[in-house]
Design a protein around this ligand. Structure first.
Ligand code: CA
Ligand code: CA
Length: 352
């Protein structure tokens, strides 16, 4: 059984177990699921896995009501571990970074199995007086067979397309591009709001993240990180790997003690130049390898802890600072724990 924890120092759901058909229950402990004080729902899938749907896979803590995203996960080991973790609202108008404390994008979710490959999911909307639903067909392919995501930033949509952003000056821009006509620009032009963005993707434990980066200005630093739950806070729980591009262009990584340190091969990125970055992460091994323009810069350990990664987060250094102007292009994130699909073959031609 999973339960809400409405306590300020709790960042996960609580769990209790019964081994006697519900007569007695173990003392609650933290579940392996980040949550901000929200109700979850479980159901048994046709293949005997457990499906878990809950709003608030974020690290804003147990006194927050920020109920975004609405995450669907599956467990093949009776809730010991969770995989999949898809934001089912990620490509709808309801998708947004919930930073206003009144935002309850989804509350009290429920599940209806239509058939073995179709589900209907429901929840209360932000006003708590509306009921909303989404129907997912081709369900098993949706949940189990994602290999990753890619963005080339050749069209303007970010919101409603798996990107959450804070600040108006994180947008697709034609000022620079690594390929095509445009890229993603993060421009910190103010001292009153954060400038940050996060790309949601299906959870991975081992994978590669590739992107090109062009720093026009770094006066308020530039960070990129890989996280399990959502947050715009630099040191939020579940920030498993985090890097910082400093004002002088040095690329540093946060170590497990929380210090920002040089890579094993100290690396500087000049402003006004595109660089191709590749990160190969292994969450169970708590290790990430870094390549810049194909040159290996060494392995680093994890920063904070988590079980898997669902967010690629970018941000400037601080709300008060200003001036950082950085472009990202050709982002691709690939799960390397599962083999790539093999190409299909074309059968014999059929007469009409
Ligand atoms: Ca592009
Ligand atoms: Ca700022």
């Amino acid at each position: 059984m999973y339960m809400r924890q409405q306590v300020s120092d709790k960042y996960r759901l609580a769990q209790s177990t019964s081994t006697d058909n519900g007569r007695t229950w173990s003392a609650p402990i933290d579940a392996p699921v980040f949550s901000s004080n929200t109700m979850s729902v479980m159901t048994r899938h046709t293949n005997h896995d457990i499906l878990l749907l809950w709003p608030g896979n974020n690290s804003f803590g147990g006194t927050s009501y920020l109920r975004n995203p609405l995450t669907l996960a599956y467990s093949s080991d009776e809730a010991a571990t969770w995989r999949g973790m898809r934001d089912i609202l990620g490509r709808t108008r309801l998708s947004e970074a919930a930073v206003n404390p009144t935002k309850r994008i989804a509350t009290q979710p429920s599940t209806v199995k239509v058939d073995s490959d179709t589900y209907l999911f429901g929840w209360w909307g932000n006003s708590l007086t509306t009921a909303q639903t989404i129907r997912i067909e081709d369900f098993n392919r949706y949940l189990y067979r994602s290999h990753g995501v890619s963005d080339d930033f050749e069209y303007t949509d970010l919101k409603n397309d798996y990107w959450w952003k804070l600040g108006d000056t994180m947008e697709v821009s034609s000022n620079q591009s690594r390929s095509g006509a445009s890229s993603l620009r993060l421009f910190d032009n103010n001292t009153s709001t954060l400038t940050a963005g996060s790309r949601l993707f299906p959870a991975m434990r081992k994978g590669t993240v590739k992107f090109s980066v062009y720093a026009n200005q770094l006066s308020n630093l530039f960070s990129f990180s890989l996280r399990e739950p959502y947050s715009y806070v630099h040191n939020a729980p579940g920030t498993i790997f985090q890097f910082m591009l400093e004002t002088d262009g040095s690329l540093k990584v946060y170590n497990t003690a929380g210090s920002r340190v040089e890579l094993p091969v100290p690396t500087d990125l000049a402003t006004g130049v595109w660089y191709d970055i590749e990160l190969r992460f292994d969450v169970p091994a708590k290790q990430i390898g870094v390549w810049v323009n194909g040159s290996f810069k060494g392995n680093a350990a994890n920063y904070l802890t988590g079980d898997q990664i669902t967010h690629f987060n970018i941000a400037s250094g601080s709300t008060a600072g200003t001036g950082t102007d950085v472009y990202i292009d050709n982002l691709s994130i690939q799960d390397t724990e599962i083999a790539l699909p093999t190409a299909g073959t074309i059968g014999p031609e059929q007469s009409i």
